[in-house]
Design a protein around this ligand. Structure first.
Ligand code: CP
Ligand code: NVA
Length: 304
């Protein structure tokens, strides 16, 4: 892998994404079969969390342990980051102790700055702009279930948030057709829409109509209507997203074997019904599990 960091999928080539997915499959096999793979023995990952997490924290910490290394947790409330120590200084200090940094925060620029001022690999564990580790796990899961990604139709219903942005980039780079249904005012980031336009032969659709987006889909993604940091807009968003629900009626226009992916946490009866969630729970929890394997691949490639 040529990239020194994983800041956003826009930075990665198609080959680099497949390199991560292939290694993730291998590491999953090794883990399931008890084959040792302690390729990061003696290495340390600092994990900076300015937002809450269940999956990201547990999967990075466990992943680092399985690779023979150690991960340490830093939150705003227990570190000087919460008291305003500049990212330029945090980056240079942590780089003197640790072999890599994972960050979950608000501004994408903060992750980019950590990489700019630090001297160790930086991994984006979610920003307002992107969630690359999640979408690598999603691509891994879809490929496990469908054997390949090229030519599949991926559909995303809902908020044009970090997940939508990353699904567009990851899906198109891997040769999928991508169709997004978002209400006006909640469409994906302009930088990502420009990227989609720039891809030759991209099968890309942005529509306000969920049925158009979901028609003949091989996989339907959705995510919460109010992401972390947007909780104050919950009531207004609940109105704006009426009709943007993954339910049985929407599933009926997709392919009969259409998968469902949700990065979790899910809000049942908002972006997805209980019935659709439970009918696709195996795929959704495979997706959650694959965070572990995909991130182990990222860490092994960047920190080895
Ligand atoms: N999907 C995801 O990133 O989950 P957490 O917020 O629990 O880390
Ligand atoms: N879009 C959601 C994803 C959570 C994993 C958020 O940013 O809160």
């Amino acid at each position: 892998m040529k990239n020194k960091h994983l800041l956003k999928l826009l930075d990665l080539s198609r080959e680099e994404i497949y390199e991560i997915l292939d290694l993730a499959d291998q590491l999953k096999y090794d883990q399931k079969h008890g084959i040792p793979h302690e390729v990061l023995k003696g290495k340390t990952l600092a994990m900076i969390f300015s937002k809450n997490s269940t999956r990201t924290r547990v999967s990075f910490e466990v992943g680092m342990f399985q690779l023979g290394g150690h991960a340490l947790f830093l939150s705003d409330s227990v570190s000087q980051i919460g008291r305003g120590e500049p990212v330029q200084d945090t980056a240079r200090v942590i780089s003197r102790y640790c072999d890599g940094i994972m960050i979950r925060t608000y501004a994408q620029q903060e992750a980019e700055d950590l990489a700019k001022y630090g001297s160790v690999p930086v991994i984006n564990g979610l920003t307002d702009f992107s969630h690359p580790c999640q979408v690598l796990a999603d691509l891994m899961t879809v490929r496990e279930h469908k054997a390949q990604l090229e030519g599949l139709k991926a559909c995303y219903i809902g908020d044009g948030n970090n997940m939508a942005n990353s699904i567009i980039v990851g899906g198109l780079k891997c040769g999928m057709d991508v169709s997004i249904a978002s209400p006006g005012g909640y469409t994906p980031d302009p930088q990502v829409l420009d990227f989609a336009k720039s891809v030759a032969d991209a099968g890309f659709t942005l529509t306000a109509d969920p049925v158009e987006a979901a028609r003949d889909a091989d996989v339907i993604f959705t995510d919460v209507w109010a992401s972390m940091g947007r909780e104050g807009e919950r009531a207004q968003r609940a109105k704006a997203f009426v009709g943007y629900q993954v339910n049985d009626a929407l599933m009926a226009v997709a392919k009969p074997d259409c998968m469902v992916q949700h990065c979790l946490p899910a809000h049942r009866e908002e972006e997805i019904t209980e019935a659709v969630f439970e009918a696709h729970a195996t795929e959704i929890f495979d997706e959650a599990e694959n965070r572990l394997h995909a991130q182990k691949a990222v860490m092994a490639l960047l920190m080895r």
